[in-house]
Design a protein. Structure first.
Length: 586
């Protein structure tokens, strides 16, 4: 029998006799139970001991890992601070406010923030009054769970700081805010210098644009008189020598006008101010019309001029027809200019068929049998104000802007330009454009040639007012209208134009834009306001201002159209007859 059980029974039952027969069964059962309990107790104690040892080892491993991670993180922060010369702040929210628990880094010392002066102190106690509100607001955002960055200027030192703020969470609860700070004073100063430089560059661009607009107006105004009076003289009875001199004047005036247009186009492209106007264009019709412009000149030189359009070229594409024509005219004009014998071919093919939404890639090529270009001089070909050869310049003339403008226009049209050439063999200038294909063939191209202005009759009772401050141009317009059987009223500024329009029911007003006292824009506005809902006269700007801003403002003040100087007399007749000017309408 179990000794412990025997002692307990004798203690509590003095009459107990372990040798008595009556106790045998009971004592045996109780003894077995005690034996099982001892075994269970021994197993439990062994299990607890083993589990306790395992937990102790696990806790020790976790402690070592945590210590290693903390040491690594501390080293990382230290290296970061040493590398960036920055600052680390740790902040907790307490009843006193946002209280700093850590402040380290070289930037902190430069800001006058020592650990002793910062740690354990709130933002209000550490920061200057002008910074405390900003920092408290930022820490409140971070304590709400937001991660962000902001910049501020230290009120005491003037040092500009970038602060990257992130909340540290545990079980979804924000326990601490960590703010990593770096100085950006030099970066901000560089940024301010860049902004100032950008502002100066933009001001220079504006000044350049204004200068070009003024110079364009000042050049076009007298040029309008030169070309205009030359056109009137062409229908006058002159002998052969006078006709030759007149043709020289006309050619020189047109060359000067082309030069002005090239300079304006190049300047607008360089300034990024040239906008494209999308319209339906027939490639085949456009090539035929360009060829027609140079056919007489080519035939005079004995050159064959052919147009070839591949069958796969779409009947109609959507692109800027005016700029496409400008490139073709420039390249075709060069081909005729630099070819003394042989032929010129203008061709169109498709490089890539149409896809949605990019459209098709069309290749246009002008091939000639002219003088060609030496290979060592190809690098100068598309540079502005650059000629392949100075001797070529003397023989053929030119400013060196044409190909540079073509190169930039082709890029705007979504393509590229290239040349294949050999000296004394010929050249092929080719370029691509990418354009959507239109389902129908309702494309526009060059307008049909207008009949000569002198042959188109005008209504005899047409009442016309001309507002023009330049005396030669006033004389030119008055003389031209007189030749058409009209007697216009002519005034020299916008103020007189307003008074005349109020007193006389004119059918049309030709309004210069740059005039003394009241300019054409303000005069047009005043006339429109005076008539209100009543039928006003048609007002057309007759101006040397050809920038897109001028056209846009003409629309804004309610003008019906714009005619550019030098005056195209067929267009002027078309407007006087009730039509719209070709290519110059608003």
């Amino acid at each position: 029998m179990d000794p412990l059980l025997t002692r307990q029974l004798r203690k509590h039952l003095p009459s107990f006799n372990p040798d008595g027969v009556q106790w045998d069964g009971f004592l045996t059962a109780v003894g077995n139970a005690y034996a099982e309990l001892r075994q269970d107790r021994s197993f439990i104690e062994h299990t607890l001991e083993t589990t306790s040892n395992e937990l102790t080892e696990a806790n020790e491993k976790l402690r070592r890992d945590a210590a290693s991670q903390l040491a690594s993180l501390s080293q990382y922060y230290q290296q970061t601070l040493e590398l960036q010369q920055g600052m680390i702040l740790c902040v907790r929210r307490t009843p006193r406010g946002f209280e700093h628990t850590l402040c380290r880094g070289e930037l902190a010392l430069r800001l006058g923030l020592t650990p002793e002066a910062v740690e354990g102190h709130t933002v209000d106690e550490v920061a200057a009054d002008s910074n405390a509100g900003e920092l408290n607001a930022a820490y409140a955002r971070a304590w709400a769970g937001e991660q962000f960055s902001f910049t501020y200027t230290n009120a005491r030192t003037g040092i500009e700081v970038l602060v990257m703020v992130r909340p540290r969470r545990e079980n979804g609860e924000v326990l601490e805010i960590i703010a990593s700070c770096v100085e950006i004073t030099a970066l901000k100063e560089a940024e301010r210098l860049l902004i100032a430089a950008k502002d100066r560059a933009e001001a220079a661009d504006r000044a350049k644009s204004e200068f070009l607009a003024i110079m364009s107006h000042e050049i076009r105004t007298p040029l309008n008189a030169v070309i205009g009076f030359s056109s009137l003289l062409e229908v006058s009875p002159l002998n052969d020598e006078q006709q030759d001199m007149l043709r020289t004047i006309c050619t020189s005036g047109e060359s000067l006008l082309a030069l002005v247009n090239d300079i304006l186009d190049f300047s607008k492209i360089e300034a990024g101010q040239l906008a494209l106007d999308q319209e339906p264009v027939s490639v085949g019709a456009l090539l035929d019309e360009v060829a027609a412009m140079f056919r007489q000149r080519a035939e005079t030189k004995g050159l064959a001029l052919d147009v070839v359009v591949a069958a796969e070229v779409p009947a109609s594409i959507l692109t800027d027809g005016h700029r496409l024509r400008q490139v073709l005219v420039n390249l075709a004009g060069n081909a005729v200019k630099f070819t003394a014998k042989g032929s010129i071919r203008i061709a169109a093919t498709v490089v890539e068929p149409a896809t949605e939404p990019e459209g098709c890639l069309v290749r246009l090529a002008i091939t000639d049998t002219g003088i060609g270009i030496p290979s060592e001089r190809l690098g100068r070909l598309f540079k502005p104000f650059s000629q392949v050869d100075s001797s070529t310049t003397r023989v053929y003339g030119g400013t060196g802007l044409g190909l540079a403008i073509c190169h930039r226009l082709v890029r705007l049209l979504g393509g590229d330009i290239a040349v294949e050439t050999a000296a004394n063999v010929g050249s092929t200038f080719s370029f691509t454009i990418r354009a959507p294909v239109l389902a129908d063939s309702s494309a526009t191209s060059l307008p049909p040639a207008s009949p000569p202005a002198m042959l188109r009759p005008l209504p005899a009772n047409l009442r016309v007012l001309v507002a023009e401050d330049h005396p030669p141009n006033r004389l030119l317009i008055e003389r031209f209208l007189s030749d058409q059987g009209l007697t216009p009223d002519v005034v020299e500024n916008g103020r007189l134009a307003i008074a005349a329009a109020i007193q006389t029911p004119y059918d049309i007003i030709l309004m210069d834009l740059r005039m003394p006292e009241v300019d054409g824009f303000d005069a047009a506005c005043a006339i429109r306001r005076h008539f209100g809902d009543a039928r006003p006269p048609r007002i057309y700007a007759l101006t040397a201002n050809v920038y897109s801003e001028d056209r846009a403002r003409c629309v804004e003040v309610g003008m019906d159209g714009l005619l550019a100087k030098p005056i195209n007399f067929p267009e002027l007749v078309r407007v006087l007859s009730g039509g719209e000017p070709d290519g110059h309408g608003l």
